[in-house]
Design a protein around this ligand. Structure first.
Ligand SMILES: [Zn+2]
Length: 309
């Protein structure tokens, strides 16, 4: 791995301080962004009313083919102050498609989403956090498509995803051809020098609440945290019929994986209510805007990039 120039190392503490010193909602020192994936109906039917009740604005990264099915509901969400970003058109994971297919997936998704909602779309999150060292080319395609920011990189050494050692702050990445894009990496906590995933999904669902609280407190001392929830975590009573039907047809390994997604499902919303009571939430776009206005977004080369002269 390339080492950072000495000047960058000197700047890093100042940048971290700037990220935590921005002006957050309700005068708090830091804020938590809440993001959801996939545009499932339960997000509209169960999730949005709860967010309204709690006064929380979130970012929804949507698979655009799903959004089309409930367009009026999603327009109401935008009217209520929530942010919509692209999560592909058909929810394709980046490492499973060619660069050409990824380009058509995000370009088609962004254009159609903007046509449907009648407003520009700034953000992108890849399905399954699938921008990794092997799929770094995806960032160039996101710039081509006109995205202002991406939030797909998980700075952990994960089994299915992750970019170990990726810088933790929201930053403006310079790509090989000199163009830039803001990256808001997923939040991680540290224990004994190891980066731990913590702020959503299975980690929120399966682990005791105390783990999430410890992690968020550690992260918020340095930078805003990004919490994410999956669409299915709203479906607490029984698997939705489309999910159940797909599971019945799936091979055993996939059926076991899907069964695991239901473990401790009913613990999610009580934990989320506690999180809202202890932290200030806003959309990811709002976090990025406030951080940028506070001078807290550094410009740095995409790790491992050789600049073209
Ligand atoms: Zn997804």
């Amino acid at each position: 791995m390339k080492t950072l120039p000495a000047a960058c190392l000197i700047l890093l503490p100042a940048i971290a301080a700037a990220q935590s010193a921005s002006v957050w909602p309700e005068g708090k020192r830091a804020a938590v962004s809440l993001t959801f994936d996939d545009a499932r109906p339960s997000q509209l039917d169960a999730g949005l009313p709860l967010l309204e009740k709690l006064g929380v604005r979130a970012t929804f990264f949507v698979s655009v083919n799903n959004l089309e099915k409930r367009l009026d509901g999603w327009k109401r969400a935008i009217g209520a102050g929530h942010e919509i970003g692209v999560h592909g058109y058909l929810h394709m994971q980046v490492h499973r498609v060619s660069p050409e297919d990824f380009r058509s997936e995000v370009e088609r998704g962004k254009k159609l989403l903007e046509d449907l909602i009648g407003a520009p779309v700034a953000g992108h999150r890849a399905p399954a956090f699938s921008i990794t060292p092997a799929t770094r080319w995806a960032l160039d395609i996101l710039v081509d498509a006109g995205f202002q920011y991406d939030s797909s990189i998980y700075p952990i050494a994960g089994k299915r995803y992750g970019w170990p050692g990726f810088p933790l702050d929201i930053q403006r990445l310079t790509l090989a051809d000199g163009r830039t894009i803001i990256e808001a990496p997923l939040s991680v906590a540290h224990l004994g020098g190891k980066a731990l995933p913590c702020c959503g999904g299975g980690y929120l669902r399966l682990f005791p609440y105390a783990y999430t609280r410890w992690a968020l407190r550690q992260i918020e001392r340095r930078r805003p945290a990004i919490v994410y929830l999956h669409p299915y975590e709203f479906d607490t009573e029984a698997p939705p019929e489309d999910f159940a039907a797909a599971t019945r047809r799936a091979p055993l390994k996939a059926r076991l994986f899907n069964a695991r997604l239901w473990l401790r499902r009913r613990s999610v919303w009580p934990k989320f209510r506690r999180l809202v009571g202890e932290h200030s939430f806003t959309s990811l776009g709002d976090i990025i805007r406030r951080t940028e206005e506070g001078g807290g977004i550094a410009v740095s080369p995409l790790p491992g990039t050789t600049m073209k002269s």
